[in-house]
Design a protein around this ligand. Structure first.
Ligand code: SF4
Ligand code: SF4
Length: 444
């Protein structure tokens, strides 16, 4: 297949703005003096605290647990003393229980953390259990527990594991740096997932604006017959998992369906690397690589940050704000990121980036009436009709929005980006989705 074929219908060309950090080595962040670790930072049931104020904890110790299948345990990222368990805002916009721990600065590891056997000695069931116990959730944003994703029902026959190395969101480079600096771990993590799911074909898709990552992964997988590295055209939102499946496997996930419906399981780069570390070193997911970037921060960096570290600490380690006050701060990139109203929120497992925009960049463009140009329809990768969905949402007619498949919207923002009238398309469709889901939950 030629490279020009490896893309999908719709989408937009966006300035990637990755130059600020794409060539910067991953560095460890300074140790936080205090962490606030959320007990509900994944899709599924929240955890309950298994520690209380006054307890001494170690790095990697379980501090939150749930009996529900769709959930993931939470571990301490520091050693120290639990100060309190309080409700506080996290960067997803939710207010959830958090375990506040004062670090003793020693980083004493929990004794239970030790390497597992070699991959050949571990059964698929044991691998799934290791991934579950390590609290691994999708680190690309959705936060779906990995052990659930890797345990599809028996009737869903999976034949391919896809690793999403597109990182198409502008500004973010955490995954890019991991592919360049730790390609062996990515390939090993893919082999773990292949064995856990019982699949003998693995593919890593990478946009061609990351030639160093493609080279490093090809080198790391040169002896792996069942693993291929596929260069992808640069187009947003190439990293949406359903687009990736379409582009690489030529299969379309049906409306309301999941990748497993077309025989695929997709994992993000950071998640795959966390899986490798869980199996190789027994390491739970308590830290991750975060890109701190944007014109609004003095020294953009790629840092390994402990889960629970306040955004404020990380921004300070990047030299602070470039201007007196930033225009906008997002968790994630400019297309799908979540606006933050405070920098006191803690890093969670899904924090791949912190983007600081200047006041000038964040100035909203004036809203104009729709000129019926049809550009939003042209760019929607899901073949939706953003203008109609948005109109119904703004009128509160959520039944009509549902009939037009609002729930299939992946909230990529391509329609809003392309709209010359700056209509609030993705924002209103997101609202419609929330209302439709709330209504369904009420009637179920
Ligand atoms: S309608 Fe949804 S999926 Fe389509 S372009 Fe807009 S945000 Fe993306
Ligand atoms: S792109 Fe904007 S102006 Fe054009 S049809 Fe869609 S909503 Fe209207």
């Amino acid at each position: 297949m030629k490279l020009k074929d490896l893309t999908f219908r719709g989408g937009v060309a966006v300035s990637d703005n990755k130059g600020l950090t794409k060539d910067l080595l991953i560095e460890p962040a300074e140790d936080p003096s205090m962490v606030m670790i959320a007990l509900h930072q994944h899709t599924g049931a929240p955890c309950e605290a298994v520690v209380q104020a006054g307890d001494e904890v170690k790095v990697g110790q379980v501090i939150g647990q749930s009996q529900a299948f769709v959930s993931a345990p939470v571990h301490s990222s520091v050693s120290g003393t639990v100060k309190e368990i309080v409700s506080m805002a996290i960067p997803t916009g939710l207010t959830v229980e958090c375990v506040v721990i004062e670090s003793d600065g020693k980083n004493t590891m929990d004794e239970s953390i030790k390497p597992n056997g070699g991959l050949e000695d571990l059964s698929p069931e044991e691998l799934i259990e290791i991934i579950k116990e390590a609290g691994i959730t999708g680190m690309g944003g959705a936060g779906f527990p990995a052990h659930v994703k890797f345990s599809p029902p028996a009737e869903k026959k999976i034949d391919t594991i896809l690793i999403n190395g597109a990182e198409c969101e502008p500004y973010l480079t955490a995954d890019h740096r991991l592919m360049v600096e730790e390609p062996d771990k990515i390939v090993f993590g893919l082999k773990v997932i292949m064995k856990a799911v019982g699949v003998d074909k693995g593919v890593i898709g990478v946009e061609v604006n990351k030639p160093d990552a493609i080279k490093a992964l090809k080198e790391a997988s040169r002896d792996e017959e069942n693993i291929s590295i596929v260069p992808l055209k640069v187009k947003y939102p190439q990293g949406d998992e359903k687009r990736l499946i379409d582009v690489i496997l030529g299969r379309q996930v049906p409306s309301g369906g999941l990748p497993m419906d077309v025989g695929a399981v997709v994992s993000n780069i950071s998640t795959t690397r966390a899986i490798a570390e869980a199996v190789m070193d027994g390491k739970p997911l308590y830290e991750r690589v975060v890109t701190i970037t944007g014109q609004g921060v003095k020294n953009p960096r790629n840092l390994v940050v402990k889960v629970g570290t306040p955004f404020k600490d990380i921004i300070e380690q990047c030299g602070g704000f470039n201007e007196g006050s930033p225009g906008k701060i997002l968790m994630g990139g400019p297309m799908m990121g979540i606006s933050q109203y405070s920098i006191d929120v803690p890093v969670i497992k899904g924090t791949g980036g912190i983007l600081v925009m200047t006041e000038e960049e964040a100035k909203p463009e004036p809203l104009q009436p729709c000129i019926r140009c049809g550009k939003c329809l042209e760019v929607c990768p899901v073949y939706l009709q953003p203008i109609y969905l948005s109109n119904y949402a703004l009128k509160g007619d959520f039944d009509k929005a549902e009939a037009l498949h609002a729930l299939d919207c992946v909230e990529c923002g391509a329609c809003s980006y392309q709209c010359p009238s700056k209509r609030p398309l993705v924002e209103s469709i997101r609202l419609a989705k929330r209302e439709i889901i709330a209504k369904r939950n009420k009637t179920n």
